[in-house]
Unconditional design. Structure first.
Length: 127
């Protein structure tokens, strides 16, 4: 995965941040929405593209409105996109099916017997 190419392919939309902030927040568009087109990207290999499409879909989106600066929010949103892409493009190992050990089966049965005994002691024998 080519990080610099991905950074150059990220598109941004700007709007005003929500929440408190006074006149600064009401006047400046510091909220950043970063969009990354997975299908149209040249930065991803075919295998990475397939994995990302399967896990995240055709468009990866991240929003940042944490900071007062639009530039800093732009960096945060881009980093969040990269984190999502890294996580989604990882090759997951196939799970190996295993069987419970003999000791585990015995522990389970012992616990079932103990639990049943506890419940039997609760019943009243008064008729």
């Amino acid at each position: 995965m080519d990080v610099e190419s991905i950074r150059s392919e990220v598109a941004f939309r700007f709007s005003r941040s929500s929440g408190p902030g006074g006149q600064h927040a009401q006047k400046s568009s510091t909220r950043v929405e970063a969009l990354f087109d997975v299908e149209g990207s040249a930065a991803l290999t075919e295998g990475e593209r397939r994995r990302v499409l399967g896990r995240l879909g055709p468009v990866v989106r991240a929003i940042a409105q944490d900071e007062r600066s639009q530039l800093r929010n732009r960096e945060l949103a881009t980093d969040r996109i990269l984190d999502q892409l890294r996580e989604a493009s990882k090759v997951r190992r196939k799970r190996q099916a295993t069987k419970p050990t003999k000791a585990a089966k015995e522990r389970r049965l012992d616990e079932k017997k103990r639990r049943g005994q506890t419940k039997r002691l609760r019943t009243s024998t008064d008729d």
